[in-house]
Design a protein around this ligand. Structure first.
Ligand code: NAP
Length: 324
């Protein structure tokens, strides 16, 4: 029996409910995937709550990354075959046992990478790939600030940044999360629940500030990110876990001839050449051990509302994965 977890409308996690779905059949250019594991991401919460655009009338199947096995291949698809292990990231539709999807958005998952890991890294790991190469090209010797260091994206980013030769300063909420980030290659971790982050970053950098501040927390941290980025440095705002940062004027960048960008992963993965190159790099880093993927919470697909509640309440670390 095929089923999915859909949000009836925008709202709290109680809007998520189970729906029976027909076994999908592929249109031309599509494949049907039987999901083996599905990733949970903060974007699922933004969409469910209405903070990000809500694309359908009602019963939106949430979920934006997954891994599984191809069950049916549509007309015109030659690069993929029935039985292939695959993974993908696109907005919505992943909280389901099966789905049809455009084959151009799907990549083969190496046998050495378990489905749970594939489902955890397609959105979060590819995000780290573009953040560190495309939004700001991190160089050996750079000093970088990364907020929410103990989260899904944060734990991967610390390890990847360290492998590039950067000095990595993280922030996280509470002693346990700070210790976890430190164990995942962060050189310094500041507890933003209790410390003066700006003062501490300036102390750690000898008052120079950081080359790049990666900020997905938004409202609570963007003023600090602007204050601690060095002259000609870059701020990458790529999320808003604490709410959108609205108290901003273009003139704020004049304090240090700063660069600011607000990227979205889905603009990168839409480019097939980028997707293939970034997946090759990401998968190689997982297989050679540069990236140790922490799946610290697993839930049954039917219990996805509880997973949302844990992520929204800051009770998770690393990646969270659902199994159908
Ligand atoms: N633009 C893109 O392309 C893109 C792609 C992927 C992810 N993202 C963004 O990257 C961020 C991390 O995503 P993720 O899925 O890996 O989530 P996550 O980091 O595992 O979870 C979010 C973390 O944000 C911190 N946080 C700070 N203030 C918060 C608040 N008021 N409510 C909830 N959490 C708060 C919490 O860590 P502490 O308890 O340590 O504060 C929480 O664990 C999200 O903002 C997400 O939207 C953006």
């Amino acid at each position: 029996m095929a089923y999915a977890m859909a949000a009836a409308t925008t709202g709290g996690s109680e809007v998520i409910h189970k729906i029976d779905i027909d076994m999908p059949s592929p249109a031309a250019g599509e494949v049907v995937i039987r999901h083996a594991a599905i990733g949970i991401n903060f974007i699922d919460i933004y969409i469910r709550t209405g903070a990000y655009p809500w694309p359908v009338e009602r019963d939106l199947i949430l979920g934006s990354e997954a891994a599984g096995v191809i069950e049916v291949v549509g007309e015109g698809v030659s690069a993929l075959a029935v039985g292939d292990r695959v993974a993908y990231t696109i907005p919505n539709g992943a909280y389901a046992t099966h789905r049809a999807i455009n084959a151009d958005l799907v990549v083969r998952l190496p046998d050495a990478i378990p489905f749970e890991v594939g489902a955890a890294i397609m959105l979060k790991g590819l995000t780290v790939a573009y953040l560190l190469r495309d939004s700001y090209a991190v160089k050996s010797g750079d000093t970088v600030l990364f907020h929410a260091a103990a989260g899904g994206v944060g734990l991967l980013a610390g390890q990847w940044l360290k492998s590039l030769g950067a000095t990595v300063i993280g922030t996280a909420g509470g002693a346990q999360k700070c210790a976890l980030a430190a164990a995942n290659a962060y050189d310094h971790v500041i507890d933003y629940n209790s410390a003066d982050v700006a003062a501490e970053v300036m102390r750690l950098t000898g008052d120079a500030g950081v080359h790049c501040a990666y900020d997905s927390v938004g409202q609570d941290t963007m003023a600090t990110s602007l204050a601690v980025t060095r002259r000609h440095g870059t701020i990458v705002n790529f999320g808003q876990a604490s709410g959108p940062y609205t108290d901003f004027k273009i003139g704020d960048l004049a304090v240090g001839s700063l660069h600011l960008t607000r990227p979205s992963l889905f603009h990168f993965v839409a480019d097939r050449a980028w997707l293939e190159a970034a997946c090759a790099d990401l998968f190689a880093r997982v297989m050679d051990g540069t990236l140790d993927v922490s799946i610290n919470q697993t839930f049954a697909l039917e219990d996805v509302a509880a997973a949302h509640n844990a992520l929204a309440a800051r009770q998770t670390t690393g990646c969270t994965v659902l199994t159908p």
